[in-house]
Design a protein around this ligand. Structure first.
Ligand code: FUC
Length: 945
């Protein structure tokens, strides 16, 4: 008995340790084949560099990014004098003239685009040139220049060898006219074409359309048809982004010719392989509101290996190391890939178990049109890239350190032969200095770094990397009941088989993977994690892979405090500081107001103005929302000097803006936010609920912060006055929380954004202390339904946790973990084989939001107390969580069994009073900084250490 007791005590005291070492050995993604698609490849990163490991045997691809390589460059985004239109827009909205308000705003209130001035004239001139340059079927058409392309190319001709091409491309093919069709008019169906086509049959134009959404269906008059073979030539002109034949939706027949009046389905199907010729790849730069995050290049490792067996590709997220192993005959080959943060390098170690059997050709490729590959010295190859139509360039070096065998470097590649061990170090730099300055010398940076790289020893690089990573990663662990039932199944297959009852360990893997992704994409001194973290292979990635601030950027950082990665927020805070600087001018030019404003997107150049379209780009609370992250950081860390020096000045400036921006609504007398938008829903309006919730929270945070700092008493009073007058949350006719000032919600509307529920999560404007409002918010979420894009589902996980409905939260999490390759449609989130979140396409916010949601089910602390197991799903009956963080600077370890708390250890890192709730029990106790307080299942304090 005594023995048993002391064993129990031992287990208990291990549980109560604030930090954890014992990591679940199942923290691994693994596959029995190399990646073919990008979303099968495995991500590594150190915040500066990111890479996707395909892990091929004979052809390995390591597609990489440098976080500061973006399109465009520093420039003024502000439309001067926009504020002159503020009152007229407000007036139109107040009169219920939304369409007129949007039109006026579109013309005078959107930001300045790059290359805006004179673009139309340049485009016209270029079009005249490319249209006139070619005479159909003339001898200028050098046949040798024509290549084959399989059509359609659904994601643009960029996926068929024309990466980054904006310009004019000719396509041709032929068809044979059936004798019975002679004398008949025909139709040719071509589907969608991006952007403009000029279609000829036998040299005669039969149609031309400029519209990326239109299905091309042209009449071919019988008079131009020939007996036998007929020629189709199409000039396709693409100004920007995806080009070419984009196919069609549904079962429309395309790439077919048939009689205008046909019998049944008779048609001639065109051969899908057409010939193409690039006539011009120099379309004038298209004006853009904001910049795109850019890919850098790809490192290719080629070798020849006969009959590889026992192939395995892994990503060990407990150590942040990826591996590929296989056998050929008796020789075992291994490749190890890691992204070391302290050295800011990617290291790849290649090994063969037998001497002289390691032979590789390492080379670079890139999707940038302007590039150069050249030898630096006998061990180093360089890739220089310059971003098209932009101010940025970059340099990457690949350095080889081999223990034996031979290394040769040419201007094309590095050849490693007859070796058994070699290490490749990849470094990269750009000319980025800061958001206003691109005068750095990428080449010189790489050159200088090469000197230190030459002194590195792989084993030390690896050990330092693991130590650095574990310092953060090991602060948190999670074990869920039933162990790792399915960890023996390759991860792609495991996702397909996932059910929470059979494989709760996949939830653990998913949560820890989010932490891995954060540590790999957002570290002290790096850029903040963008829409794709740090991983992107496209020149025009979805939504620019930038920073969307009406949900996405904030969601990226939702788990950072609760899941014990507070240090990873530093790049976000730097971004906030910079948009607060840049957004001052926007506040002035657009609203004639002090403080700063940020609208719904920003980029590396810290654009803060409205972009895209006035029906969703004019949304004023981006900066206010981001400012709440500063206050939250203070709540979690209790770091007063951070509050004083970094947080408060920004919070105050954000508040200052809204003090001036809010106006009195004539009908209700409330202060409202106008013009604005309930993100991407319902157009430009006066008084969206979300804005008011955010502004209220901003004001109350700023008041609290000023109190903590003992400052700005009169400003505090002013904020309180304003706070009291802001339009309140309202319950509408369906018992819903109104999304807008007027009761105009549609209960059948399943829009992905759930903006008016901001006050429930991530905000605390609505809590269970106002049960009526909380229920109305829940009703709104029920109307919105359970489906949505990845981030939308992730948001719903958190919302259901705040509604204290663990089972519904888990239902959402299961959706988030569903197989994205099953083709469920564009508004249906899930995960790819590499566990990347699918919006679809890939967008990293869902990974982060989902992980935050799991924490929110287990511990909440937004009400001034710590609540243990507030929304425990019935499918997670038992578990142990260690290192989860709560506001007030507490770190919590907790075990639960049979759906009930078993014990908890709460470490007080700041000496604050502690209030803990679980079920209907509450305990309050004073704490001493550095002590750990152990509570039993009845919340009785049983030990202090
Ligand atoms: C918002 C969302 C979209 C997408 C984009 C990056 O605009 O509405 O769904 O996530 O951001």
């Amino acid at each position: 008995m005594l023995k048993f007791k002391s064993l129990r005590l031992l287990i208990f005291s291990t549980l109560c340790c604030a930090t954890t070492n014992a990591q679940d050995s199942n923290l691994q993604l693994w596959y029995n084949k190399p990646a073919e698609k990008w979303t099968e490849a495995l991500p590594i990163g150190n915040g500066y560099l990111g890479a996707m490991i395909f892990g091929g045997v004979e052809n390995d691809r390591i597609q990489f990014n440098e976080a500061t390589l973006w399109s465009d460059g520093p420039r003024d985004y502000n439309r001067k004098g926009a504020y002159l239109y503020l009152d007229p827009i407000r007036k139109l909205l107040a009169e219920g003239k939304q369409k007129e308000a949007e039109e006026l705003a579109q013309e005078h209130f959107m930001g300045m685009r790059s290359n805006e001035e004179g673009y139309e004239a340049r485009k016209k001139e270029w079009l005249v040139k490319v249209k006139g340059d070619v005479i159909i079927n003339s001898s200028q058409w050098n046949n040798a220049q024509w290549k084959d392309m399989q059509l359609p190319t659904l994601n643009g001709w960029e996926t068929a060898g024309l990466e980054g091409l904006d310009g004019a491309v000719w396509f041709k093919t032929t068809f044979t006219l059936p004798d019975s069709w002679q004398g008949k008019d025909l139709l040719i169906s071509l589907g969608k074409i991006r952007d403009l086509d000029i279609t000829y049959i036998n040299g005669k134009q039969v149609g031309s359309t400029e519209d990326i959404t239109a299905n091309r269906l042209y009449t071919i008059p019988a008079s131009i048809l020939k007996k036998g073979t007929n020629e189709i030539e199409i000039q396709v002109i693409n100004y920007f982004d995806k080009g070419g034949f984009a196919g069609t939706k549904g079962d429309r027949e395309i790439f077919a010719v048939y009689p205008k009046e046909r019998n049944g389905k008779e048609s001639v199907k065109l051969n899908p392989v057409w010939q193409y010729w690039v006539q011009n790849d120099d379309a004038p730069a298209m004006p853009r509101y904001q910049a795109d995050y850019q890919p850098f290049g790809e490192l290719q490792l080629k070798t020849s290996v006969a009959n590889a067996t026992e192939y395995r590709r892994t990503l060990d997220i407990a150590n942040a190391v990826s591996t590929v192993t296989y056998k050929s005959g008796n020789v075992v080959y291994t490749k190890e890939y890691l992204a070391n943060y302290p050295e800011s390098i990617i290291a790849i170690q290649l090994k063969s178990s037998a001497k002289g059997r390691l032979n590789y050709n390492a080379s670079f490729t890139t999707v940038h049109k302007n590039y150069r590959i050249h030898a630096i010295d006998g061990h180093t190859l360089a890739l220089d890239v310059a971003v098209k139509n932009g101010a940025m360039n970059g340099t990457a070096y690949l350095y080889v350190d081999n223990t034996n065998g031979k290394v040769e470097v040419t201007d094309k590649e590095i050849k490693i032969s007859n070796s058994d061990e070699a290490t490749l170090y990849l470094i990269a730099a750009t000319n980025f200095k800061n958001y206003r300055d691109v005068s750095a010398d990428a080449n010189a940076i790489c050159k200088a770094k090469l000197v230190s790289i030459k002194k590195l020893v792989y084993e030390k690089v690896k050990a330092a990397h693991i130590a650095d990573y574990k310092r953060y990663f090991d602060k948190f662990s999670l074990q869920l009941s039933n162990g790792a039932a399915n960890a023996g199944v390759p991860t792609d297959e495991r996702i397909k088989q996932f059910s929470i009852t059979k494989d709760p360990a996949l939830v653990t893997l998913y949560v820890q993977y989010a932490r891995y992704l954060m540590l790999s994409s957002s570290r002290q001194g790096t850029n903040a994690a963008n829409l794709q973290g740090i991983w992107n292979d496209l020149l025009t990635p979805p939504w620019g892979s930038k920073y969307t601030t009406n949900i996405n950027l904030e969601m990226n950082y939702w788990p950072s405090e609760s899941l014990n990665l507070s240090a990873c927020t530093q790049p976000l805070f730097k971004l906030i500081k910079e948009v607060a600087e840049a957004g001052k001018e926007t506040a002035k030019e657009y609203y004639n107001a002090p403080g700063f404003v940020l609208h719904h997107n920003t980029d590396q150049w810290r654009g803060t103005v409205p972009i895209n379209a006035s029906n969703h780009g004019i949304w004023v609370t981006g900066g206010a929302w981001l400012s709440t992250h500063l206050w939250e950081h203070y709540l979690f860390t209790q770091d007063k000097s951070f509050l004083q020096n970094e947080a408060y000045p920004v919070m105050k400036a954000a508040s200052d803006f809204f003090v001036h921006f809010l106006v009195k609504d004539e009908t209700t007398g409330w202060l409202i936010s106008t013009p604005s938008n309930s993100p991407e829903h319902g157009g430009l309006v006066a008084g969206p609920t979300m804005d008011h919730q955010i502004i209220r929270e901003l004001f109350s945070n700023t008041i609290e912060a000023a109190k903590v700092l003992g400052t700005d008493e009169s400003f505090r009073k002013l904020l309180q006055q304003k706070y009291d007058s802001i339009a309140p949350n309202q319950i509408g006719k369906y018992g819903q929380l109104q999304e807008w000032l007027q009761d105009k919600d549609d209960s059948s509307d399943t829009h992905r954004h759930v903006s008016h529920l901001w006050g429930v999560y991530p905000g605390k404007d609505i809590t269970w202390s106002n049960e009526k409002m909380m229920k109305a918010a829940r009703q709104s979420l029920l109307y919105r339904g359970d489906d949505g894009t990845g981030w939308s589902i992730a948001w719903k996980v958190n919302l259901w946790a705040r509604f204290k409905d663990g089972d519904h939260a888990m239902k959402m999490l299961q959706k988030l973990l569903s197989d994205a390759t099953a083709g469920k449609g564009s508004e249906s989130g899930g995960v790819y084989p590499n566990l990347f979140d699918a919006h679809p396409p890939f967008q990293i916010d869902g990974n982060f939001g989902g992980a935050a949601g799991v924490a929110e089910m287990l511990v909440q602390s937004h009400m001034g107390y710590i609540e243990l197991l507030p929304a425990l799903p019935s499918s997670l009956q038992s578990g142990i969580i260690k290192g989860v963080r709560a506001r007030g600077n507490f770190t919590i370890n907790m075990q639960w069994e049979n759906g009930k708390l078993k014990r908890a250890g709460i470490t007080s890192n700041a000496g604050n009073n502690c209030v803990v709730k679980c079920g209907d029990k509450t305990v309050t106790f004073k704490t001493v900084k550095g002590r750990t307080y152990s509570l039993n299942q009845a919340l009785i304090l049983i030990q202090t250490k």
